[in-house]
Write a protein that binds this ligand. Sequence first.
Ligand code: V47
Ligand code: SF4
Length: 363
Amino acid sequence: MDRSYIASLGLEPVLDKVLAGARLSMGEGQALYDCPDLHVPALMARHVRTRLHGDRVHYVVNRHVNPTNICVNRCRFCAYRRDEGQDGAYVLTAEEALEKLRAAGPVDEVHIVGGCHPALGLGYYEDLAARVRAAYPKASIKALTAVEIDHLAKVSGVSIREVLDRLKGAGVDMLPGGGAEIFAEGPRKTLCPEKIGGEAWLSVMAEAHAAGLRSNATMLFGHLETTTHRLEHMDALRRQQDATGGFVCFIPLPYLPGNNPLGEEASGPSAMDVLRTMSVARLMLDNIPHIKAYWVMLGLKLSQLCLSYGADDLDGTVVEENIGHEAGSGTQQALTIPELEEAIRSSGFTPVRRDGLFREATQ
Ligand code: V47
Ligand code: SF4
């Protein structure tokens, strides 16, 4: 592939900007989505990921804890939530959550996320975070999405800033990127009408960054949205990042259609769409350092391919995952360190073990 081939596709100006490290416009992002040859955005994205990370691919030794699946919201894509009293509904005590963590052995990151419970208040989560911090003094604690933070503020009758400050005081380092879904109002109203809107999600993140917490950002794709909606989502994130700088990693999540009502209308993105979206994300999000190929939802093989399309992180050992698996993810529940490292090496990259904030973790 040479410059004349890229020029024949009308993408030479985009190539020049990518090589110069200049910001791509929405129109240029659209041109990358519309380019008939998937390998053109891929090569550009690979150039950027190499500039940022060399041949390094990150992974994390982590454990997910889902404190409750009881949720007042009814997102149409969710297979995880339950009503209070419904079969399978649960709330873990802090001790039960700790027990699950202990069973996983040493971890560098604890990922805490769950439903918006109608009554569980800030005290429960503060206590949980403090106990996790005491048991794992060095691990990163990544806890509660912007949606859960907003919900907790309402349930506990305190400000969002107070929720954030108290969680930080209890040991939380960062927020996971969930709940962003797709910011565009049209699809968002159909997908998750009870959830806070895109602006509110971004505003919670801005407050988190101001409070000294870092965070990730997700985008759920392959359902009712268009590629323009995806580009708007990415643009909103990069504008937020210009202002507050706290996003560490972007995670494009492929919609999984199992066991949820939306599955009657949408089937999730194709593998080609996943790969292209990784590349476009790497190219558009010039100010977010990391792009994650979340193997739990993508499958390990497609995640490995994503590494050549702009992603530099595979996420982690995980141990137990409910949100994707209840929605039909066919992947296993956990990967070992040797399995993750081998997956990275056999894709042509060098594995780097990290913590939640992407600081190198020692064995
Ligand atoms: O916000 C729910 C998604 C998210 C489905 O920050 C679904 O490092 C696909 O955000 N198909 C929660 N996705 C998970 C999440 C996450 C995961 C891993 C790492 C990080 C991180 C964040 O899961 C929700 C929603 O977008 N989700 N249902 C589904 N059917
Ligand atoms: Fe509740 Fe989250 Fe499921 Fe929405 S995606 S219903 S907020 S658990």
